[in-house]
Write a protein that binds this ligand. Structure first.
Ligand code: NOJ
Length: 540
């Protein structure tokens, strides 16, 4: 395998592959490993250095595979362990690293441990692995506390024997008790299982939520964020990740740990990235930032400062499988996230959103650190808003009675080629895709965009190729340059400049520059609104 360096995670362009929607090899309308293996060439041509695969483990799919029955088995919908090993080996042959998703906060209610707990008595060791409690009220008919599930509804479900169990997500995802040493040992063993199979990194799901206050106290869930919080960002989490880091570092070529850490406090966030904990974490502040030059600059500065304090590289993320796709977010009349990063988007200017997404691609890939690309982002896919209720799968949609659109709209299977559904996602004669693809997606398919030099796909390919070749990009320093209001301009290294115009009017190029790449054609030598450019600027 070709290797750029052992600290690839400090600068890599990482592609999030959502297996269920990437490519379907066996024709059941669900993406799988056979499909993913057959499409690895797309990722090689795109120029990414690593792939993060969302869960592919045995699962009843109550939460799209984030409800895991067995971390050492591949779900038959996706394939076999042998195919997963081949996928890892084949990615490596293309020089692409592989990151798998591990979910420590909870398991599936079909996991052996939960089944054992259900068959065991209250107070038993089997129940100690989870959070079983008696209820309140005369007959224990009220849940042990008022905590709400993040997916809507109460965070507790009652069993026929009268006890309740905690699930911060769906009832099919019982929360584990990380005070139990067996839980800690098992997860370290799961890490070894995948590292031994050549996996280069682990994405840690809901990483800040594992530890709970054992008193399970009530708090004002709609008020200010309490510190300490009963289940978010508790200090005990750090010992868990120190243990994981020791496992990762025990391999000759260290493996990377990447946390899903949603925290408003940047110092608390950075604490997870200390030298003996996680390597990096997703930058959700950036993902949630409005399309506004001063807000973006403040976000970049705050990100870089927080990471510098612990010596960790930043990451840059625009989309993932949990939020409205950014072509759609940036096409809203108000791009601030006041209404949430996931919402119904009644009035969207998709052309504007795509134009901004092109500029944002040049911004994110030029910032210092690693960058994540969520599958379909390289095609400029928009959120699919009009999925019929009976085809929607996400528990968030169903548990909130449809007031939250959920995440199906960003998980629609990719269009590869052809003029109608399934656009090459599945082979000829296959079942229909698990989510419907819009009729307009022929224009967005990989094959269509491959032929168009100005497509989003070719913009990403060119940007990633330049990024790999450009020593100043990836990890390192950034220097802001003087620029008009509404314009972001920064230098990397001696002579590389990225300029993004969010000002609403054309702006001049800095003097003595050569344009390396532009997200839109320049007009009369000026950078039009909502456009990003990469420049060679010897005097920067
Ligand atoms: C975060 C994952 O990204 C999301 O998809 C999942 O539903 C929750 N964690 C629960 O595992």
């Amino acid at each position: 395998m070709t290797q750029r360096s052992t600290d690839w995670w400090r600068h890599a362009a990482i592609y999030q592959l959502y297996p269920r929607s990437f490519a379907d090899g066996n024709g059941d309308g669900i993406g799988d490993l056979a499909g993913a293996r057959s499409r690895l060439g797309h990722l090689r041509d795109l120029g990414v250095e690593a792939i993060w695969c969302s869960p592919w483990y045995l699962t009843p799919m109550a939460d799209a595979g984030y409800d895991v029955t067995d971390f050492r088995a591949i779900d038959p919908r996706f394939g076999t362990l042998d195919e997963a090993e081949k996928f890892i080996a084949e990615a490596h042959e293309h020089g692409i690293r592989v990151i798998v998703d591990v979910v420590p906060n909870h398991v599936s209610n079909e996991h052996r441990w939960f089944r054992e707990a259900l068959g065991a008595a209250p107070g038993s060791a089997e129940r100690e692995r989870f959070w079983f409690r008696d209820g309140r009220g005369a007959d224990g008919e009220l849940p042990p506390n008022e905590w709400e599930s993040i997916f809507g509804g109460p965070a507790w479900t009652r069993l026929p024997d009268g006890q309740w169990y905690l699930h911060l997500f769906a009832p099919e995802q019982p929360d584990l008790n990380w005070r139990d040493s067996g839980v800690r040992d098992e997860y370290e063993d799961v890490l070894r299982f995948w590292f031994d199979r050549g996996v280069d990194g682990i994405r840690v799901d809901s990483a800040a939520m594992c530890s709970k206050d054992p008193d399970l106290p009530d708090f004002d869930q709609h008020g200010a964020f309490p510190v300490p919080h009963p289940y978010v960002d508790r200090d005990e989490n750090h010992a868990i990740y120190r243990g994981w880091r020791a496992v990762a570092d025990s391999y000759p070529e260290p493996r990377a740990l990447i946390g899903e850490v949603w925290l408003a406090d940047s110092d608390r966030f950075a604490a997870y990235l200390r030298a003996d904990e996680l390597h990096t974490a997703f930058n959700f502040d950036f993902l949630g930032c409005s399309w506004d030059a001063s807000a973006l600059r403040a976000c970049v500065d705050a990100t870089l400062a927080a990471h510098a304090a612990v010596g960790a590289p930043s990451t840059w993320v625009l989309s993932n499988h949990d939020v409205t796709r950014h072509v759609t977010r940036y096409g809203r009349p108000d791009t601030s996230t006041a209404g949430g990063i996931r919402q119904f988007n009644p009035v969207v200017d998709e052309a504007l959103g795509r134009r901004r997404a092109r500029a944002a691609a040049l911004l994110t890939t030029a910032l210092p650190g690693a960058v994540y690309i969520y599958q379909g982002e390289e095609l400029g896919l928009p959120e699919v808003e009009d999925i019929p209720a009976d085809r929607r799968d996400d528990p968030i949609y169903h548990r909130t009675g449809g007031t939250d659109p959920g995440r199906d709209g960003c998980r629609v299977p990719l269009p590869w080629h052809g003029t109608e559904e399934p656009y090459g996602f599945s082979p000829e004669g296959a079942d229909r895709p698990w989510l419907p693809q819009p009729p307009s997606w022929a224009a967005l398919s990989v094959a269509t965009q491959d032929r168009d030099p100005d497509s989003m796909l070719n913009l990403y390919r060119t940007a990633l190729a330049l990024r790999r070749a450009e020593p100043a990009l990836g990890d390192g320093e950034l220097r802001w340059l003087e620029s008009p209001d509404g314009v972001l301009a920064f230098a990397r290294g001696a002579d590389f400049t990225c300029l993004v115009n969010l000002s609403g009017r054309p702006v001049d190029l800095p003097p003595h520059t050569a344009v390396l790449l532009a997200s839109q054609p320049l007009i009369d030598g000026q950078v039009p609104p909502d456009t990003g450019v990469w420049l060679r600027t010897p005097d920067a």
